[in-house]
Design a protein around this ligand. Structure first.
Ligand code: PAF
Length: 283
């Protein structure tokens, strides 16, 4: 496994070290502190590609001024051991200055899908995500890139960027990986103290109960959303709901009727920790 830290080394490896034009390259961009969710994405890439590239980069531009960039968990040694074990070929670990020139003045802005949901409380977040992912696509030149369904809005935004800017990379989406009790895996779960972790289960429990109501024929999105909000308040009072939306998974536009494949997405704070989760109804 190669560990590369500069853009020029990564570009060189892409074209001169076996990863030529005929080789299929699968890419898993991450911010490190890998968990089983990331490893599932890596395995998905491993099954399809001759070369698997993983990036470890805590991207400063996707964090707001009052967010957790400084505290975001990092453990490069452990990440490298996990990548090695998972059969990764190249780990790309750039520094911020390698990705952002001091006078960088170009960024990628998505103007529609980024506005609501997480975008309403994290202004600029998806500009940071689009910009870094566009840069990483340019440096790694993958045939396909794998993203997790847990970040459903990120998936929609990246797919839109790829479509609108004609990137020739296929976007592959890996399913959400959960703890045994249903909590969606996230690097931020380490912030949760024990009682908070109990409350954090409220996100998935609400989604599951909404799905059960849908199965019992509650198809009107407004009624189902109201039902879900009430369920969360009644059963998980410590969870501070940020949003609960029912929408189309590609356009993120609200749906009036809930059908199979409709996205139900939730974001909430438990103590200081912000968590997100979602389901695609009936899947
Ligand atoms: O999902 C993430 O971990 C990040 O948003 C990504 C895609 C690696 C960009 O920094």
């Amino acid at each position: 496994m190669k560990v590369l830290r500069t853009t020029s080394d990564m570009l060189h490896a892409r074209w001169h070290c076996g990863m030529g034009a005929e080789t299929s390259v699968g890419f898993v961009p991450t911010m490190g502190y890998l968990h089983d969710g990331h490893l599932a994405l890596i395995q998905l890439a491993r099954r399809r590609a001759a070369w698997v590239v993983v990036s470890l980069f805590v991207n400063p531009t996707q964090f707001g001024p009052n967010e957790d960039f400084a505290q975001y968990p990092r453990d490069e040694k452990r990440d490298l051991a996990l990548c090695e074990e998972a059969g990764v070929d190249v780990v790309f670990i750039p520094t911020p200055s390698e990705i952002y020139a001091a006078d960088a003045s170009v960024s990628v802005v998505e103007n529609q899908l980024s506005e609501g949901m997480c975008g309403s409380t994290r202004p600029g977040h998806f500009n940071g995500v689009c910009t870094v992912v566009a840069k990483l696509f340019q440096i790694v030149r993958p045939d396909f890139a794998v993203f997790g369904q847990k970040d459903a809005q990120q998936v929609a935004v990246i797919k839109r960027m790829v479509r609108d800017l004609f990137f020739s990379v296929e976007i592959v989406v890996g399913p959400i990986v959960r703890e045994k009790d249903g909590l969606a895996l996230s690097s931020r779960n380490v912030y949760l103290h024990k009682p908070e972790r109990e409350q954090a289960l409220g996100l998935y429990a609400t989604l599951q109960e909404m799905q059960a109501q849908w199965e019992m024929d509650m198809r009107d999105a407004q009624s189902l959303t109201a039902w879900g909000r009430q369920y969360l308040v009644d059963h998980y009072p410590e969870v501070e709901l940020e949003y609960l939306v029912i929408c189309d998974p590609d356009s993120l536009l609200p749906c009036a009727d809930v059908q199979a494949g409709t996205l139900i997405a939730i974001a909430a704070r438990v103590g200081q920790t912000r968590l997100i989760d979602n389901i695609l109804v009936g899947t």
